[in-house]
Ligand binder design. Sequence first.
Ligand SMILES: Cc1cc2nc3c(=O)[nH]c(=O)nc-3n(C[C@H](O)[C@H](O)[C@H](O)COP(=O)(O)OP(=O)(O)OC[C@H]3O[C@@H](n4cnc5c(N)ncnc54)[C@H](O)[C@@H]3O)c2cc1C
Length: 593
Amino acid sequence: MRPSDPGWPKPDEWAVLNEQVEGNLIPVTFPIDVLKSAPKSAAAEQLKREIHNPFYLADQPGLTETLGWVDAWATQPSAYAVVARNAAHVAAAVNFARNHRLRLVVKGRGHSYVGASNAPDSLLIWTRHMTDLRVHDAFTPRGCAGKIAPQPAVTMDAGAYWLEAYRAVTTRGGRYVQGGGCTTVGVAGLLLGGGFGSFSKRYGTAAGSLLEAEVVTADGKTLTANAYTHPDLFWALKGGGGGTFATVTRLTVRTHDLPKYFGIVSFKVKAPSDEAYRKLLREFVSFYAKHLFNEHWGEQAHVRSDNVLEIKMLSQGLDSQQCHNVWRPFLDWVKDSPLEYSMVGRVVIGTLPARHMWDAEWLGENWPELAFPRNGNPLHALLDDILADTVREPLFRRDERPGAAPWNFWWDGDGGQVGWYIWGYDSLWMPAGLLANDGQTRLCDALFTASRHAWVELHFNKGLVGARPEAIAAVAETAMNPAVLTAFALAIVSNGEGPAYPGIPRYEPDVARGRASANAIKHCIERLRAVAGQSGSYVNETNYFKQEWQQSFWGANYPRLAQIKRKYDPHGLFFAHHGVGSEEWSDDGFKQI
Ligand SMILES: Cc1cc2nc3c(=O)[nH]c(=O)nc-3n(C[C@H](O)[C@H](O)[C@H](O)COP(=O)(O)OP(=O)(O)OC[C@H]3O[C@@H](n4cnc5c(N)ncnc54)[C@H](O)[C@@H]3O)c2cc1C
């Protein structure tokens, strides 16, 4: 049903919904329109400034963090949004959409790469203002007394974002909660797809920590799902994908002990030739397998097309000296190699007290030292003697809008995806067998040949081999593709530009370059697949055009997920692009096929 259809709800019917949601029904505008209608206005200037700010984007019911994807989608506002404040508002929206056969969309923080949280002519459930958070010393899921021991946990309303959870649990509470690496991602969207953070090799996924979810199902009922109540739905929510089984209103996840330190290792090595680059890759992969393939190390190594190996890794549970000791052999090898490798920028190896990892105030005061380290400060990073030049990059940015919460910040590394327009994106789990001695050469050859097409990111924290046994066991109880349990990393290859949006002068996406880049990414992933096999892709960070997505995202779990979808949402009210059951619908989610 679209506004042009005769059955579209009449104004008095919308008015009834507005009453049910206590005045929280709004028509949705599209802020980008101002760049066409009044490009020189103050509002246009403000938009151009704020479109780089993820907090601004998340505050707009008519915008999303990614603005689109060449030949796939471009963000569009819903017709109306229910600015939900509680589960009753969500239930009213669900009932209204079902009764009037409206296309329903659920949006938290709008970080979906595949555009799953926007659709034109739809009714949006916008959870942005459901942000309550409660920390528990001893939480028992409902109906589970005597079955599940009470444990430390945090309950988060569906519109919260991970930085808020880190602030409550870590900065204030001195414990750890498994969320995302990006501070501004929504708690619900991330967890429903699985959810990795920098330290997933120790703590597993966000879904693996789920104790209980409150949801509104397609029949408008509010249910609590946990290991003993609606256990099938509970399992499906743990990685079965966002916007699919129900609208989540509240999540409770267990919290974990916090290590004393988190650490950062960041440097770039440039090889003078292809041959030297291949050698560097072999040395690094062998070093990774021996020294980093464990619960302490997460995040990324980038195998770049310009023969630069870029290390951006984070550690947990090691002090600064231990981090140095771990990396020394590799850095010595680079320094002593006759192949004339050079360092691009600084080598940073350092730690910070784990409690301050997401503490903007502390980082604000101490970051200059972390980013531009001084010798002699044992807490902070030390300059290595193979330093070549001094590229100084900010590490995080704040929401500087008037009245913004002072603790809000985002890592600079995520900044390139704020308001971006994707050219191509794909991911692939890399089986851990490739780290065995006889696999390393094949892996390195594949990385090298793949990198001739596009820049490969290896996200070590997004493959669970090497993780703590408890973390692996918890993830095995989720609906994610079991390939995550046999992978040492997730390879991500992506490219885009931004901010950009079709039809906006000076912001037009470069479609020709976008298509060329998508093609390069396809070839790059094919080279990796040649050694990884059909190992699957992570639903939250994947290709819009994925073929055989059911197998790729969920592997052998798909039939069970499809059954649960039929049970809780038999008429397909909840639709997400390449979500479970979406094969029964047209690509735009409007028509059953
Ligand atoms: C810059 C950036 C960094 C990222 N970093 C990480 C990372 O470190 N680790 C990681 O695992 N992933 C990461 N992701 C991917 C991220 O997990 C997904 O994009 C996630 O789905 C975003 O959730 P959201 O609520 O912000 O997005 P939205 O776009 O609002 O939602 C995403 C999906 O979840 C659904 N959804 C949202 N809220 C609800 C709800 N209450 N009930 C039911 N369905 C809901 C939506 O309908 C949509 O289908 C990153 C993404 C970006 C853009």
